[in-house]
Write a protein that binds this ligand. Sequence first.
Ligand code: SAM
Length: 315
Amino acid sequence: MNCIGACVLLLPCTKNPDAPSAIQLLDEMSASSKAIGPKTTLAYRNDRLPSIEPMPAKPKLGQNFLIDAQAVQRIAASLGDLTGRTVVEIGPGAGAITGALAARAAHVIAVELDPGLAAYLQTQFSPGRVTVFTQDVLSFDFAAASVAVGRQLVVVGNLPYGITSQILLKLAASHAVLDRAVLMVQREVAARITATPGSRDYGLLSVTVQMYGPAESLFTLPPESFSPPPDVHSTVFRWRFAPRFAELEVDENAFLPFVRKVFAQKRKTLANNLRAAGFSSGSISAAFDQANIDSRARAEALAIEDLASLWHALQ
Ligand code: SAM
């Protein structure tokens, strides 16, 4: 089946009832997030990227369009070799990144919620190179797309920042059919995603994302790289899907809820968070001994391996 036929057959996916909740991640992100300011109109600078007819940007859809041609090339290059690959682009907008992807990949699936932009995109690219889905990416069926193309997918997106955590959880839930992703998010969120244990930014978001594979920050862009400019800096990071659940012998559906409890209250010690989660003082102190964890430790000090040891010790 060719790409177009395969893509037409994709079905909307149902929500995974076991997927981790976005609420705690949202709380964590909002702690360091500035509100993203009002947007005006979409106005590409003609000297930097091809212009399109000005149309009102929709703030609710996180429409800050990339106008930095060099950044577009860096994002595409960060995906590595795309020969024979199908790339799913989340929120292609007016296609700033899409063209660079189409030039490198076998096929691009562009998932855009805004019907006006999706219709515009369809006039810009041959359906043989780019298939446009006018759809919410949160209901996009990555598994069906992967089956249709017979290979794991590569994902890219300058994300709508208001739904970053939901998109990350969606990708985590789809990890089995994904190879790697290069995503642009708010700078402070990227710092949390890629943080290491003991650092200020390390927490639930870091552990949740990194349980599905290593994440590394690549480069940061100022507000002037976008039209309209947001109030925040943006960072591009790469996420290679290589889940750690089997290696650490933890059950995904039990371990992630445990991690949420461990990081429930940043100001509390690990022991206090575990007590609040219903563990007895005796079982906590026995588990700390077994896992070789300091009784006064805070969750932020624990590497993923320590969290897994603690989880085992508490079983
Ligand atoms: N990729 C374009 C660029 O870099 O110029 C646009 C990026 S803009 C930050 C985010 C894009 O995501 C917008 O085009 C917006 O309409 C789209 N979008 C917002 N929510 C979405 C959703 N739930 N599913 C798919 N696309 C969405």
